[in-house]
Design a protein around this ligand. Structure first.
Ligand SMILES: Nc1ncnc2c1ncn2[C@@H]1O[C@H](COP(=O)(O)OP(=O)(O)O)[C@@H](O)[C@H]1O
Ligand code: SF4
Ligand SMILES: [Mg+2]
Length: 353
């Protein structure tokens, strides 16, 4: 793997769960992120996938210092940046930027597009001399495929896809090295999702970015990720190279997610196995003992309730060199192909490249 740019280890975020108005008493905690480890290599794109509420945004917010971890460390180019403050924090913040999920709420409606994209320079004046900023903003508009003439327009004058382009331009203003994109296309129409993803892939290459690309659907990250991590209830349950996860998932949760991704060919769709998970995701205030997926897993046995499965290459696949040789947090990991290789190479219906 490429030299690591971000190394996350033992990352935890617990929110106190309180009761009472006058005398607030802590009665438990919301274990939003419950021990997450991953490495992002320089120039690499890591996709993070999982259902709503599994802790994806909380991980993203901790990486850009919008949230302080309860435990764990975040290293940037080998330096522990977890507890930084003041000037040291400011200089790191410039290098790790975020693209937010909802372009409708993340842009200030009373600011012009020019002011929105220029704002990062007010916080980091060293990034561009004053006289140079208007030119830079126009350049950024052009880079994300918007008309630089529209610099004085307001967010409501743009479509959803165009607004997300504004959010991307703002994230690029300080020339970051890492971009954390938190479900950047989830709020957009399917027809424009592909355009925005393709734009992000092109900008990643042009600006030499390392990316964390978060989504709740495996089919979205496949086209942009080198590696994928699947999250469930605050933890990563399976991680590996793009082909390993899509071709030979070994964790039952990933297999269930993959059994639901859209497949373009109707015949393939008819013949494939659909795994319908039982019940709902448990509350992060009351995480099951042992394997946290066991209440919904069709393979669960006694051991699953008592022993936490570690995220590691399962013994049977270790050193095998095949696509199943990747980390999976399951005592009974087995390879299972959910989507045929043919469907994997087919064009996405929405035009992803
Ligand atoms: N500030 C907060 N206080 C309490 N609970 C929170 C807070 N932020 C998030 N949570 C809870 O943490 C869990 C993970 O949330 P989030 O990271 O937003 O998930 P995702 O982005 O995967 O949908 C959810 O159960 C959510 O309700
Ligand atoms: S450890 Fe047990 S409950 Fe968890 S995913 Fe594997 S088989 Fe299912
Ligand atoms: Mg989220």
């Amino acid at each position: 793997m490429a030299e690591p740019i971000l190394e996350v280890s033992g990352l935890v975020k617990h929110y106190p769960l309180t009761r009472g108005i006058l005398f607030r008493k802590q009665i438990g905690s919301v274990r939003a992120v419950d021990g997450v480890d991953f490495t992002l290599g320089r120039g690499e794109t890591l996709g993070i996938v999982g259902e709503s509420g599994c802790g994806k945004s909380t991980v993203a917010r901790m990486l850009v210092h919008l949230e302080q971890p309860t435990a764990g460390t975040i290293r940037y180019k080998g330096e522990d940046i977890t507890g930084l403050s003041g000037r040291a924090l400011k200089s790191v913040r410039r290098r790790i930027q975020m693209v937010f999920q909802d372009p409708y709420t993340s842009l200030n409606p009373r600011m012009t597009v020019g002011d929105i994209i220029r704002e990062p320079y007010d916080i980091h004046p060293e990034a561009a001399p004053k006289g140079d900023r208007a030119r830079k903003v126009r350049e950024l508009l052009d880079v994300v495929g918007l008309n630089p003439e529209h610099i004085n327009r307001y967010p409501h004058q743009f479509s959803g896809g165009q607004r997300q382009r504004i959010g991307i331009a703002r994230a690029l203003a300080l020339r970051p090295e890492v971009v954390v994109a938190d479900e950047p296309v989830s709020a957009l129409d399917v027809s424009v999702q592909a355009q925005v993803i393709n734009l992000m892939a092109a900008l990643r290459d042009e600006f030499d970015l390392s990316c964390l690309f978060i989504a709740h659907d495996l089919s979205i990250v496949r086209h942009i990720s080198d590696r994928v991590a699947v999250m469930y209830l605050g933890r990563i349950v399976e991680t590996g190279g793009d082909a390993e996860i899509y071709d030979r998932p070994t964790h039952p949760y990933t297999q269930a997610l993959l059994s639901a991704v859209p497949v373009p060919d109707p015949e393939a769709r008819e013949h494939r196995e659909r795994i319908i998970l039982a019940g709902d995701v448990p509350s992060p205030t009351d995480i099951p003992s042992g394997c946290r997926f066991r209440t919904r897993c069709w393979k669960a046995r006694e051991r699953c309730a008592s022993e936490v499965p570690e995220l590691a290459v399962p013994a049977g696949f270790r050193f095998a060199g095949g696509p199943a040789d990747h980390a999976s947090a399951c005592h009974f990991a087995e390879e299972k192909q959910m989507v045929s290789a043919q469907d994997m190479t087919d064009d996405h219906p929405a035009g992803l490249v």
